[in-house]
Design a protein around this ligand. Structure first.
Ligand SMILES: [Zn+2]
Length: 325
């Protein structure tokens, strides 16, 4: 009653906003939806219907050599729920955990897999904007997103036991599993998982449901090259970092490419026309203050980044990761 009364009398522009819960809550008994993608290959589905803001997709591969788990796990609680979900299918030991990227939503549950015995397979470059304030700040910021309860038992576990900076093929039973760093498209530490015998690509956030991949830690130019490389694989199925599996993988590649190409052209025209960044971004909807990865926030943050990228290209400076981020 009280809450209802308060809500009814609160002014429309009330300063205190409730926390935006991007992810569905995870408890000590949560099991996530499971889907068989191929014999021994499973999707542990993230939130559907929440687009790119939902809990990330994870996956695992069962083999006689043990289990390989691939992110993303956004908290220890999510890591445990993924493990609980895995245990409905297999009691095998977890041998590898493949980390998609050093972003909190992809790495903050990695400790669960490490404690379960996994070797962490990761790219060693952990340089992302979210980490700029230092590790403590990164964790504090993330508490606000997933809630303290889901962060209990947190420790960083993103330092690779098994570093991959190019590509590396593991053989699990009879299945080949390629761990692949496709370049600095989405972030410098991106890894993807390619199953050549099944035609399945676990792309991480290099591809997301709506085609608006974040490039604030990466490069739109490199992401275009990454898309071309993915296209060459002719994947039959792409499991994106967030959101539903693309029914048509090529359509997801195409929509991502169209978005980037149009953004690059618009920002290039602005730079060449001497239009300041602020004005170049006026046609975009405002970012959502409390939702850093909402569609509007991604559109604006990417535009910002790509404007700087085009400015550097215009001045012939090339891409300097550190000073452009
Ligand atoms: Zn993500």
């Amino acid at each position: 009653m009280l809450a209802a009364t308060l809500a009814a009398s609160a002014p429309a522009d009330a300063q205190v906003k409730p926390r935006f819960n991007a992810f569905s809550p995870t408890t000590a008994s949560t099991l996530y939806p499971l889907r068989v993608l191929a014999p021994g290959v499973f999707l542990v589905a993230g939130d559907t219907g929440k687009g790119v803001e939902g809990r990330p997709n994870a996956g695992f591969i069962v083999s006689s050599d043990g289990l390989l788990v691939v992110g993303g796990l956004a908290s220890p609680a999510q890591g445990e729920a993924v493990l609980r979900t895995i245990r409905t299918q297999s009691a095998q030991r977890v041998r590898w955990f493949v980390l998609y990227a050093h972003h909190p939503d992809m790495q903050f549950g990695a400790i669960t897999m490490k404690r379960a015995g996994a070797s962490i397979v990761a790219h060693p470059d952990a340089n992302v904007l979210a980490a700029e304030g230092g590790p403590d700040q990164m964790v504090a910021d993330w508490d606000q997103v997933v809630g303290l309860q889901e962060m209990l038992g947190f420790e960083f576990a993103n330092v690779p036991d098994h570093p991959v900076t190019g590509s590396d093929t593991l053989v699990l039973g009879k299945r080949r599993v390629v761990v692949w760093h496709p370049g600095n498209g989405h972030s410098p530490g991106d890894l993807m998982l390619w199953l050549p015998d099944d035609g399945i690509l676990f792309s991480g956030d290099v591809l997301v449901e709506d085609g608006v991949t974040m490039v604030i830690d990466g490069s739109s130019r490199e992401l275009l090259d990454v898309l071309a490389a993915i296209e060459q694989l002719h994947p039959k199925m792409i499991v994106p970092g967030h959101g539903r599996i693309a029914s048509n993988p090529q359509a997801l590649i195409d929509s991502t490419r169209s978005y980037l190409t149009a953004l690059r052209a618009a920002m290039q025209a602005a730079v060449e026309g001497g239009v300041p960044m602020r004005r170049a971004l006026t046609s975009l909807p405002p970012a959502d203050e409390t939702r850093p990865v909402s569609l509007h926030s991604r559109l604006r943050r990417n535009a910002n980044r790509v404007y700087v990228e085009m400015e550097r290209e215009f001045m012939g400076l090339g891409v300097d990761q550190d000073s452009t981020r």
